[in-house]
Design a protein around this ligand. Structure first.
Ligand code: NAD
Ligand code: MG
Length: 378
């Protein structure tokens, strides 16, 4: 890092993800997009990139990126997809790969994903498949993608049989996180990403959760130092788990805290915007702690703190009603049983012995689960 600098963008904070010869850096700072050419240059195999972004992000941030690439003498093409989950499809994947081939991308060309998790997952998978694999750089622009999807190397698309069922593990060569891009994100999307930030504290970092209880409101309101610190802590947490368990045999499953409940809620509510993923995870984390308390694994005060903090920042903590009707307990439980993480008929739950003490278990008494779900939807 530069010793003294008046320009914060000149000295991003760096975090190394250790994965042997696939190790990479995560750079975090304000205004990094404006220096993207210089920051990316060391990992490029040729002075040429192929950018993938969506219409919304293109309108807000693509110009800054291309200007920075021009300034560094890096040639660029761009492919712009429609915003939204529907773009993580076979059809978009095919069009994108054809556009890359039409632009005569080479093995040494680097794919740059500029956008949220949709762009990152799609572009990363395209990079994994193009010419049997080219390098890619993540430039995540949502809080969720900055703290979660851009780190870890999972890429992919959705299918008629379920979300994220076709894809590849393909690690980026670099992750460039410009905290300024969050300035254009709407509050609801920001909060959804914040739920995943809280998750890292709840899994194994009680001091981080305490910090969020104190500073979370400032972070959400736009405090750059708080945002930068929380993103760094979150990426370090995810990187640590991924380095220990790159392909999800064990520990990586802890990252699913709140997700078994959350996925069931998302499935019941449909993916039409009633619940964003992070909102479902917030409710799911509350339910996981309530279940843990009900099973006497976790102090009731800890479950209450989780609920209180998420509610205080404006996240939902109880399942929504659909057209006035409460969600159906049996249907939610049935969704959990069909989750793709089920092995030999048993659902793996992430429960907690307290804040920062999450663990995996496949023995949850069905009556306790039912009682927790029934109470949540009541
Ligand atoms: P997203 O990519 O759909 O972005 C949300 C919305 O914000 C979009 O409309 C987008 O156009 C807009 N947007 C993005 N950046 C913006 C900015 N700076 N200013 C204004 N608007 C902006 O959604 P997401 O929440 O970032 O990501 C969700 C996706 O990530 C899902 O498909 C999910 O499956 C995936 N995901 C992947 C992993 C992984 O490990 N690969 C992990 C978690 C989630
Ligand atoms: Mg998630």
């Amino acid at each position: 890092m530069t010793a003294v600098s008046a320009d914060p963008s000149a000295a991003p904070e760096t975090l190394r993800v250790d994965l042997g010869d696939r190790s990479y850096d995560i750079l975090v700072g304000a205004g990094l997009l404006g220096g993207a050419g210089r920051l990316m240059a060391p990992v490029l195999r040729q002075k040429r990139v192929f950018i993938v972004t969506d219409e919304t992000v293109a309108g807000l941030h693509l110009g800054t990126l291309t200007a920075a690439l021009d300034a560094a003498g890096i040639r660029h093409d761009a492919y712009i997809i429609a915003p939204g989950e529907a773009s993580k499809s076979y059809a978009t994947f095919e069009r994108l790969l054809n556009a890359m081939l039409e632009a005569r991308c080479e093995r040494a060309t680097t794919v740059v994903a500029l956008g949220g998790g949709v762009v990152g997952d799609l572009a990363g998978f395209a990079a994994a498949a193009l010419l049997r694999g080219v390098d890619f750089v993540q430039v995540p622009t949502t809080l969720l993608s900055q703290v979660d999807s851009s780190v870890g190397g999972k890429t992919g698309i959705n299918t008629p049989f379920g979300k994220n069922l076709v894809g590849a593990f393909h690690q980026p060569r670099l992750v460039l996180i410009d905290t300024d891009t969050l300035g254009t994100l709407d509050r609801r999307e920001l909060l959804a990403g914040y739920a995943e930030v809280v998750k890292y504290g709840l899994i194994d970092d009680p001091a981080f959760f305490e910090r969020l209880e104190r500073d979370g409101t400032a972070l959400i309101a736009g405090d750059e130092a708080q945002r930068r610190a929380a993103i760094l802590t979150s990426c370090a947490a995810k990187a640590r788990v991924v380095a220990e368990d790159e392909r999800e045999g064990g520990r990586r499953a802890l990252l699913n805290l709140g997700h078994t409940f959350g996925h069931a809620l998302e499935a019941e509510c449909g993916y039409g915007g009633t619940l964003l993923h992070g909102e479902a995870v917030a409710i799911g984390m509350v339910m996981a702690f309530d279940l843990s308390a009900r099973l006497d694994l976790c102090p009731a005060e800890d479950a209450a703190r989780v609920r209180a903090h998420l509610a205080a920042v404006g996240l939902p903590v109880t399942p929504p009603r659909l057209e006035g009707a409460r969600l159906d307990t049996d249907r939610l439980i049935a969704h959990m049983a069909s989750d793709k993480k089920v092995a030999e008929g048993k659902v793996t739950f992430v429960l907690a012995r307290g804040i920062g003490q999450a663990f995996l278990t496949r023995d949850v008494a069905p009556e306790a689960l039912r009682a927790t779900v029934a109470e949540a939807v009541a």
